[in-house]
Design a protein around this ligand. Structure first.
Ligand code: XMP
Length: 513
C-alpha cells in the first residue's frame, strides 16, 4: 500500500525540512521537492496536499521563484507559508508589498478561530514572524483569518478552493500552536488519515533499497556512529551479504572505539554483512601534517576516506553502490540547496568529484537525528548504540584545533575518555545531546609541583539539543567539572588547563571546526 503524501515545495526557506518533519510527526508521509518540479510531476505523485515554503526573495521580483498558477486550480489543498503565502497572494492577484514595518521573532497574532486552520487555537496566539514583505491585500474570494497590528494579512484562506496561507511559520517551535495549525491543515483540510509511522519508513526504505540494488554489490562507509550504523543495518536487512561495510580507523577515533565497532559489526557481531577494518592511522597523520585550516582538514579527511574506500572496492571487485549515513542537518549545513555553507560536512561537501561507484545511496538524508534514532530502535539496534553520542565523520580531526599530530590525538583521546567516564558515573549524561573534550591550540603557563609548565588547554563541551541545528550549553554540575578537571590535569600528560565552553549554537557550532 502506498502512503498518503504531502509535498513541501521548496522555495529556498530555512525551515523546509522542518516543515516535512512536523508533517511526519502528524503521522503523514511528507517529502520536500524543489519548486522546479513540473506540475505534471506533482500530479503524478498524487499528493493529499502541498505546502509552499518560505524563501528569501520578493515575489514581485521577476527573477524570484514563481510557480505555474494552474497549481491553484488542481483542487489539491495548498498551504503557503511566508514567501509561499505571498506567492499565493501575488499569483491570484492580491497585493504584496514591502511592509512599512518588518516583523521578526515572537509576535502576538489575532486569529479567526472559526477558520479550520485555527480550529482549537487561542484567539491571541504567539507566532514566529520573519518577513520584510507582506500581503497588503488578499486576493478576491479570500478572507483574512489573522492579523497583527502591523501585518493586515497574517493569514488568509479560501475554503472553497482549499487554499490557506500564513505569513508566520507554524513549523517552528516558537509558534506556540503551530503543530495544531499544521495538524488542522493535514487532517481537516487535506483529509489525511495518518497512515505513516517510523516503521513505515523502515519497511518502505528496505523495500526500496532492495529494488534499487537488485543483485548489486554495496559498500558502506561505517564509522560506528549512530547514523552510519543505522544506515548499515538498513542495508544489511535489505541485501544481507551483498553489503560490505568498510570501517576506516583513521586514527582520529575516540579511545578504544575501533575495537568496540569491530565487536558489534565484525565477524563475531550481530549482523549479516561483510566487515572490513582498515587501519589507516599513519596515512591520515601524514596527510594532515602541517595543515591547520579547518575546511582544508575536513576536505583532506573526507577525500582520504573516499580513497580508502576506492581501494577497498577495487579489492572486492565491482561495487555498484556506496552507502553513506548522511542525515539532514549535514545536508543543509554543507550548503546544498540554497543555504549558506557553514561546514563541509564529511560525506557531503567533502566528497571528491571523481568517485568510482555507480551511485551513492543516502537512506537517511531526509531525517533529523532523533528520527534516525527512532528508525534505529525500529530496526532492533541495541539501545546503547542507538543512543550513542553522535561523532563527526572527521572525528578528533575537528576536535583538535590547528594541526593534528599523533601526540595531540593521544591527549584528546585520554581527556575525552575521562570526561565521558565521569559524566556517565555522575549520571549527568541523561539529557545531554552531546558532550566531548577538544584540544585548543593554546598553550599557557602553569605550575605543577615546583615546576613551571607550558602545556595545552583542553576544552570541555556539553550541549542540550534534540535536532543538532540549535543547541544550548549544558549546565553540568560544578562538582563534575571539578572532578574531570582534576583528573585530566593529573592524568593526561601535556595538559595544564581545562576550560568549559559556555556558548550555544548559534552563534557557535557544536564542534569546534
Ligand atoms: P556542528 O558542529 O555543525 O555539528 O554544530 C552538528 C552535529 O553534526 C556533527 N558533525 C558531523 N557529523 N560529519 C558528520 O557526520 C561531519 O563532518 C560533522 N561535523 C559535525 C556534530 O558532531 C554534531 O552532532
Amino acid at each position: 500500500m502506498k502512503n498518503e503524501m504531502i509535498i513541501v515545495l521548496d522555495f529556498g526557506g530555512q525551515y523546509n525540512q522542518l516543515i516535512a518533519r512536523r508533517v511526519r510527526e502528524c503521522n503523514v508521509y511528507c517529502e520536500v521537492k524543489p519548486y522546479t518540479m513540473s506540475l505534471d510531476e506533482i500530479k503524478a505523485l498524487n499528493p493529499k496536499g502541498i505546502i509552499f515554503t518560505g524563501g528569501p526573495n520578493s515575489v514581485y521580483d521577476e527573477a524570484s521563484p514563481h510557480y505555474d498558477k494552474e497549481i491553484f486550480n488542481l483542487g489539491i489543498p495548498i498551504l503557503g507559508i511566508c514567501y509561499g503565502s505571498q506567492l499565493m497572494a501575488y499569483s491570484l492577484d492580491g497585493t504584496v508589498e514591502t511592509a512599512p514595518v518588518s516583523e521578526y521573532g515572537h509576535t502576538e497574532v489575532t486569529v479567526d478561530t472559526t477558520d479550520v486552520l485555527f480550529d482549537g487555537a487561542s484567539e491571541k496566539t504567539v507566532c514566529w514572524m520573519s518577513h520584510t514583505d507582506y500581503i497588503a491585500k488578499a486576493p478576491e474570494g479570500f478572507k483574512v483569518t489573522a492579523y497583527t497590528p502591523v501585518c493586515p494579512v497574517a493569514a488568509m484562506s479560501c475554503a472553497e478552493r482549499k487554499l490557506y496561507a500564513t505569513q508566520f511559520h507554524p513549523e517552528v517551535m516558537h509558534t506556540k500552536e503551530g503543530m495544531k495549525m499544521l495538524s488542522n491543515f493535514v487532517y481537516k483540510v487535506c483529509g489525511c488519515a495518518g497512515d505513516w509511522k517510523m516503521d513505515s519508513f523502515v519497511d518502505s526504505t528496505i523495500k526500496a533499497l532492495r529494488e534499487k540494488i537488485g543483485s548489486g554489490k554495496v559498500l558502506c562507509a561505517l564509522s560506528g556512529g549512530v547514523d552510519s550504523s543505522v544506515a548499515a543495518v538498513l542495508l544489511s536487512k535489505a541485501v544481507g551479504r551483498q553489503l560490505t561495510c568498510v570501517f576506516v580507523d583513521h586514527g582520529l577515533l575516540r579511545k578504544n572505539e575501533g575495537d568496540e565497532v569491530e565487536a558489534v559489526f565484525g565477524p563475531n557481531g550481530h549482523y549479516e554483512l561483510n566487515f572490513i577494518r582498515v587501519n589507516a592511522q599513519q596515512r591520515y597523520y601524514d596527510k594532515l601534517k602541517g595543515v591547520t585550516e579547518p575546511e582544508e582538514k575536513r576536505k583532506i579527511i573526507g577525500a582520504e576516506f573516499i580513497r580508502v574506500f576506492e581501494e577497498e572496492a577495487k579489492k572486492i571487485g565491482s561495487v555498484d553502490f556506496l552507502v553513506q549515513g548522511t542525515i539532514y542537518p549535514d545536508v543543509i549545513e554543507s550548503g546544498l540547496g540554497q543555504s549558506a555553507v557553514i561546514k563541509s560536512h564529511h560525506n557531503v561537501g567533502g566528497l571528491p568529484s571523481v568517485v568510482d561507484f555507480k551511485e551513492i545511496i543516502e537512506p537517511l538524508r531526509m531525517l533529523f537525528k532523533d528520527e534516525v534514532r527512532k528508525a534505529g530502535l525500529e530496526l532492533g539496534i541495541p539501545e546503547h548504540l542507538v543512543f550513542r553520542q553522535p561523532f563527526p565523520g572527521p572525528g578528533l580531526g575537528i576536535r583538535i584545533i590547528g594541526e593534528v599530530t599523533e601526540e595531540k590525538v593521544r591527549i584528546v583521546q585520554e581527556a575525552d575518555y575521562i570526561y565521558r567516564e565521569e559524566v556517565a558515573k555522575a549520571g549527568a549524561d541523561k539529557n545531554l545531546g552531546q558532550y566531548f573534550a577538544a584540544l585548543t591550540n593554546m598553550r599557557s603557563v602553569g605550575v605543577m609541583g615546583d615546576f613551571r609548565t607550558y602545556d595545552y588547554a583542553v576544552v570541555l563541551r556539553a550541549v542540550n539539543t534534540s535536532d543538532f541545528m540549535t543547541a544550548e550549553a549544558a549546565r553540568l554540575p560544578w562538582e563534575v567539572i571539578e572532578k574531570v578537571t582534576n583528573r585530566i590535569v593529573n592524568e593526561v600528560k601535556g595538559v595544564n588547563r581545562v576550560l568549559y565552553d559556555c556558548t550555544g549554537k548559534p552563534p557557535a557550532t557544536i564542534e569546534f571546526e
